[in-house]
Design a protein around this ligand. Sequence first.
Ligand SMILES: O=P(O)(O)OC[C@H]1O[C@@H](O)[C@H](O)[C@@H](O)[C@@H]1O
Length: 520
Amino acid sequence: MAAFVLAPGPRPAHHVPTHYAQVPKATPSPATAPSTCALRAALVGSLVATAASARAPKKLKTRSARASRVVRHASTKLDDSGAWSFVHLKNGDSEAKVYLHGANVTSFKVGGVEWIGLRADCKLDGSKANISGGLPICFPQFGPGEVIPQHGFARNMDWTFVEGESSDGKCVLELVDSEETKKVWPFEFRCTYTVELTDGELATTMKVENLSESECTFTTGIHSYFATSDIDKLGIVGKFKGCTYEDRTKDPPTPVDYDKDEIKIAEFRDEIYKKVWPSTVTLQDPEKGDLDIISDGGWRDLVVWNPYGDDKADLQNVMSIQQRQGIAPTWMLHQLEALESDCDGLERRWRQVQGQRKGEEHRLIQRLRSEHESQLQELGRLRETIKESKEEKPSPPSLEPLEQEAAELRREIEELQRRKHAEEAHAEEQRLALKVEIGSLQEQLQQTLSQKSVMEDVVEGLKSSHSATADSSREVRELQQHQEFLEKECVRSERRIIILDEKIDSLSKEALELCPSRRL
Ligand SMILES: O=P(O)(O)OC[C@H]1O[C@@H](O)[C@H](O)[C@@H](O)[C@@H]1O
């Protein structure tokens, strides 16, 4: 693939026009000027548009016809009343508008007939990054990319109106590198876009100068939108037969040889006709007439893009024929070469790894097979063992530990029973002893009570004889003392009986707890 390369260094604008194939580094940079009428497109070259009114002859704008034309009432005026300024060009009954934003030609009218189309989603109030329609300049990249925006940054930027207002119906716009452009494209450059209106013709010339120290590469295109009266009836005629054609709506867009010299649009189209330019392509509009698009330098491929029936783009009567220099930039090529070389390396490595993998797979399979074999053998052995063990009688479990434990328990129970009996016997003994003691005390009490009664009788007798004799008083006192002594004895005995009763009760309870079945 050839690269579109510009050698470094600024070049004077008056250099000879060159078509934009590969430019050797040492050769002077080209500067182009429209050499004929009609649209002339070239990278570092020119694009000249020729319009024909409905009444004009079908094939028009020959070199001689243009040469004989007289320029009348030409003017170049800046209109900066809106959000985006534009230059209004006038020449005879032709007029054009060139917006500084994107250096975009948004209108080319001949005798009031408009040839340039704007999309329905086009905004001219600064609310969109670029103008959807007109003749947008795609630079420094035509297609989508990861760093540079889709169709490049040139259409999103304000260009400088360098030559100012005049009376020649021509304007020159310029775009140079800035911090912003260098963020996505590292080169210093100057783009000069010249738009010249003659009566019935629009010529645009785009020139790119590389101001960098190093070689720069780029791709570019003019994403031209044309207004038609009826897209279904439009004929696009040119030398297409035999060119390589790619339908980009197909995946993959397989290249084929195109077999006609006419293109009709009746459905969504996104297609490339390779190496059509430089040549002339004519739009044949049954109502408006013919428009010759003449590209005599630099541009290479023709792209037809029309989202037929797409309401959003509303391109029913606006179609895009683009001139592009669709060549991969050299840095991309270098990357591709590097990638291809990486690919070769990777393929070699892949084959090597595949070989290793197969060897390892083979070894692994062998190992797994042998492991499988030994596992099967082991399984067989285990099955045999299980079978054999199922056939054997199970040996009775040993009862010895249980028996020992039971004997121990029995001994403990016997000891407890022995102690219990001893306790019961002791309690019984005590109970009997106490019973005896109580009986004895009761007897003593009875005796004491009867003695007391006797003594009371005596006291009574003595009392009655008290007055009889004084001696008897002493006797009475002694008897009284004895009586008091007996009373005290009585009280002590009673207390003792109470204590013994309580003790008996307590022993009876203890005995009952030790032997509940037995009652005292
Ligand atoms: O809306 P944009 O960025 O101006 O692009 C219009 C169209 O331009 C075409 O060239 C592309 O193939 C389309 O994908 C794209 O939608």
